[in-house]
Write a protein that binds this ligand. Structure first.
Ligand code: PDD
Length: 275
């Protein structure tokens, strides 16, 4: 069962207007919630970010936080999701194509669940990545449907036989196509500050909290591609990838070329967090 425009409906019954601004302009925002054992991880943080993204693009959310919460939980219940995700998006609604906000249009909410296995095998082995100039706009902190640069970047990585990209702006590392990025140097953790150039990842903040609990020094400060070349370990963080070691960058091994001790320690702590 999906949720679309005020109703719980089977997917086949959903009819999206060709005038939907999500379709014309990518004019909307979204969230991906992770469900473990039927429970939502960090639900509150996801709803807060959803509201922040909506405010950032001046879309009026059609439901209160409580209503959105009950939609998420009802979908998990009716679809009997144990391990999976809830996808939720709001577009500015349907109106004849014109760039300016329409005078009359109602934001439209779409939400659904999907079963998803944890990427356990890949997390044990790690992935390779390639670096790529970050050509996205300057509001990467808003989780909008405008994902074309991310889509092209991900495909670029796959075309090169890599798992993902590491974005940089003129040599300063930002994040990945759909995850945040962290590196470890001499036992200390480095990641780009949560400003307008990266998404304020929920997994990112969980990992930083766990690192502090484990007495791993955390530096939320920008670092360059040159500094990254000297990293002992690196990994991506996201709702779906969890803590995903990056063991090779642009064909060169990161550290020993296998997931390192700090990454594994954080993975173990994350495991506790979700169980
Ligand atoms: N992506 N950075 C970008 C560009 C992202 O798209 C995501 C999430 C993250 C990680 O955020 P979080 O830890 O809150 O999932 C960072 C989701 C999973 C997606 O687009 O599918």
């Amino acid at each position: 069962m999906y949720f679309f425009q005020d109703r719980y409906v089977p997917k086949e019954e959903i009819a999206v207007s060709p005038d939907d601004r999500g379709y014309y302009f990518g004019d909307g925002i979204y969230e991906v919630f992770r469900v473990y054992g039927g429970k939502v991880l960090e639900g509150k943080a996801h709803f807060q970010r959803f509201q922040r993204s909506a405010d950032g693009v001046r879309i009026q959310l059609p439901y209160s936080a409580e209503e959105l919460n009950s939609i998420v939980h009802k979908l998990i219940d009716v679809n009997q999701i144990a391990d999976g995700i809830v996808y939720m998006q709001v577009t500015r609604g349907a109106a004849p194509r014109a760039h300016a906000f329409p005078k009359q249009s109602e934001p439209i909410l779409l939400a659904y669940t999907s079963e998803m296995e944890r990427p356990l095998d890949t997390m044990r082995k790690g992935i390779s990545a390639v670096t790529l100039e970050d050509t996205r706009w300057l509001h990467c902190d808003l989780k909008t449907l405008n994902l074309l640069a991310n889509v092209i970047a991900k495909q670029h990585a796959l075309d090169q036989g890599a798992g993902d990209v590491i974005f940089h702006r003129s040599g300063t590392v930002t994040e990945s196509s759909s995850s945040n990025f962290m590196m470890v140097k001499q036992g200390e953790l480095y990641t780009h500050p949560a400003n307008n150039l990266v998404l304020h990842g929920i997994t990112r903040s969980v990992v930083l909290r766990l690192a502090k609990q484990l007495h791993i020094p955390v530096h939320e400060q920008p670092f360059t591609l040159e500094q990254l070349q000297l990293a002992d370990e690196a990994f991506l963080t996201s709702t779906t990838s969890e803590i995903m070691p990056v063991v090779q960058i642009d064909g060169r091994a990161v550290g020993d070329g296998i997931p390192g001790p700090v990454s594994r320690k954080l993975q173990a702590a994350f495991e506790q967090e979700i169980s």
